[in-house]
Design a protein around this ligand. Structure first.
Ligand SMILES: NC(=O)c1ccc[n+]([C@@H]2O[C@H](COP(=O)([O-])OP(=O)(O)OC[C@H]3O[C@@H](n4cnc5c(N)ncnc54)[C@H](O)[C@@H]3O)[C@@H](O)[C@H]2O)c1
Length: 506
């Protein structure tokens, strides 16, 4: 598909944070750019801000002075919408209000040529609704850039209900020609990234609300065991609790209160208290001058067991553990009990240590249990969380802690929450992604690309599901659903279908 003419004019309406970033991207791609804002003087102000940013790129040696001057010569603030008449593409980045955006496009449509692509940068409104009143809604798309637009590569290209496939393809080709990574998606609440990322926040907040662990520990486990760049508590403090909560609430409303998208009461209270994160000096964590950042709960050194029992075959993800344990000098005794199908390790006093299956360790089936969390990679992770059942003794817990410590891990012993921290989060991320793929929200490839680039996940959720095994993800969700009835953890139809196919191939 061909992009818009590189010599064509791109208009950006709304010269705030996003409008300035998008204008800079279009300038870097060689377009003439018109910048319009309803607030008098704002477009000129934005042009000066863009000039200053390009100046900083020159200072850093990333752009030469001639390149900056040539780009700035192509940037023109516009005082009236009528000045956008020769645009090949208009990208709107004004205030996030449906009626304001609809009104703008109603005024804009008669001004621009019929073959001009029209785009909204909305992050939470329905693209279909924004285009609702247009004479030619077929040329209307969502182009969802991420902040800061000049730096972040991902752009979600959203097809509204009435968008012509040709217009969506042209928009996709255009942002690709601009050096961005476009992903195509249907007009669904939250598009790909904001829809599929909800469990990353929701599960962590829920573990905290249930007293399973404190924010610093949950963040550390998701980073050091799950491989996420940042934990949900520190990340939402950076984004702003009000902003993150508003996205969650808008997706929840748009899905007609589907329990899978339920917002967090604890986060809602933070917002009500004005504890918005870094920008207000306090959120989940304090940021005032001299404030100490809380440390994650980490177990003191414990003696590792000299010998452990090994029952049945571990799930694929846990396969490296046996070799790691033997390399650490611990004797592994294989138990051939024929009736055992579930994999577990027996500790010296008889407690069973195993990967969480989604359910809580208490009451457990037969004797003391200690569950450990899912890791992105058991060899390279530096922390692990353990959840002992009420029936596990202090000696059982010490043996489990010592075992993981001798493998080089910091250990966080947390409360007996179903699915611990990483496992429940990843099981839900995989399910949300499988559900979206099954419903045709986006291609499987674009879903994984969006989550890796849009929120920096260490692995695309669909790829992650394949690595864990979808039958295993399904069992974890069944375990969680048994502990929390109400539908939130019911595995989606798409995940169950694919798990059944996987099972039939075993
Ligand atoms: N900030 C982000 O991280 C981010 C990320 C992706 C998408 N978005 C979306 O981008 C859009 C803009 O967000 P922002 O953060 O840049 O907002 P902003 O407040 O920084 O800028 C909005 C600008 O639009 C102008 N404006 C308001 N009504 C207008 C109208 N009728 N006509 C012309 N100009 C008008 C305002 O004067 C202001 O300069 C929103 O739809 C938002 O949801 C924001």
């Amino acid at each position: 598909m061909t992009p818009i003419d590189p010599a064509g004019t791109v208009a950006v309406v709304g010269a705030g944070t996003m409008g300035q970033g998008i204008a800079q991207v279009a300038l870097a791609a060689g377009h003439a750019v018109r910048l319009y804002d309803a607030a008098p003087g704002r477009a000129e102000e934005a042009a000066r801000a863009i000039a200053a940013r390009l100046g900083r790129l020159v200072d850093k040696g990333r752009l030469d002075a001639a390149g900056r001057d040539e780009a700035l010569a192509r940037l023109q603030p516009a005082a009236r919408l009528a000045e956008l008449a020769d645009s090949a593409l208009v990208i709107e980045a004004i205030v996030e209000q449906l009626d304001t955006k609809q009104k703008l496009f109603a005024e804009l449509e008669p001004v621009v040529p019929d073959d001009c692509l029209l785009a909204t940068n909305t992050s939470s409104l329905s693209v279909t609704a924004v285009a609702g009143g247009l004479r030619l809604p077929g040329r209307f798309v969502g182009l969802h850039f991420f902040n800061p637009a000049p730096l972040l590569p991902l752009v979600e290209v959203v097809r509204g209900f009435a968008t012509d496939p040709e217009a969506a393809d042209r928009a996709r080709a255009t942002v690709a020609a601009w050096g961005k990574t476009p992903v195509a998606c249907a007009d669904t609440p939250g598009f790909i990234v904001n829809r599929l990322a909800r469990p990353f926040y929701a599960e962590a907040f829920r573990v905290h609300e249930e007293g399973g662990a404190d924010p610093a520990t949950i963040d550390a486990v998701l980073r050091e065991c799950g491989g996420f760049r940042m934990g949900p508590f520190e990340l939402t403090d950076l984004i702003g609790q009000d902003v993150n909560n508003a996205v969650t609430r808008s997706v929840y409303e748009a899905f007609f209160h589907d329990p899978r998208f339920t917002p967090s009461l604890a986060q809602q209270r933070l917002v009500e208290a004005g504890l918005l994160g870094r920008k207000s000096g306090r959120g989940w964590f304090p940021y005032e001058e001299g404030a100490d950042r809380p440390e994650p709960a980490t177990a003191a050194p414990c003696e590792p067991p000299a010998e452990i029992g090994w029952h049945a075959r571990p799930p694929r993800v846990c396969a490296p553990l046996r070799e790691m344990i033997e390399e650490a000098g611990i004797k592994v005794v294989r138990d051939r009990a024929p009736y055992e199908s579930e994999w577990y390790i027996t500790l010296p006093d008889g407690a069973a240590l195993t990967l969480t299956g989604g359910e809580a360790a208490t009451p457990g089936n037969g004797g003391p249990h200690i569950y450990f969390d899912l890791a992105l990679d058991y060899r390279t992770c530096t922390r692990i969380a353990l959840a002992p059942s009420e029936t596990a003794s202090a000696r059982d817990v010490q043996a489990a802690v010592g075992l993981f410590q001798v493998l080089g891990k910091s250990v966080s012993v947390i409360g007996d929450v179903p699915g611990l921290i990483v496992a429940r989060t990843v099981a839900m991320l995989v399910d949300f992604a499988e559900d979206a793929a099954g419903r045709g929200v986006a291609s499987r490839e674009d879903i994984d690309t969006a989550m890796r680039l849009g929120v920096n996940y260490p692995r695309g959720p669909l790829e992650w599901g394949r690595e864990i095994g979808l039958t295993h993800v399904r069992s974890m969700l069944w375990g969680l659903a048994q502990e929390y009835p109400g539908g939130r953890y019911d595995p989606s139809l798409s995940l169950r279908r694919r798990a059944a196919v996987e099972e039939s191939l075993l």
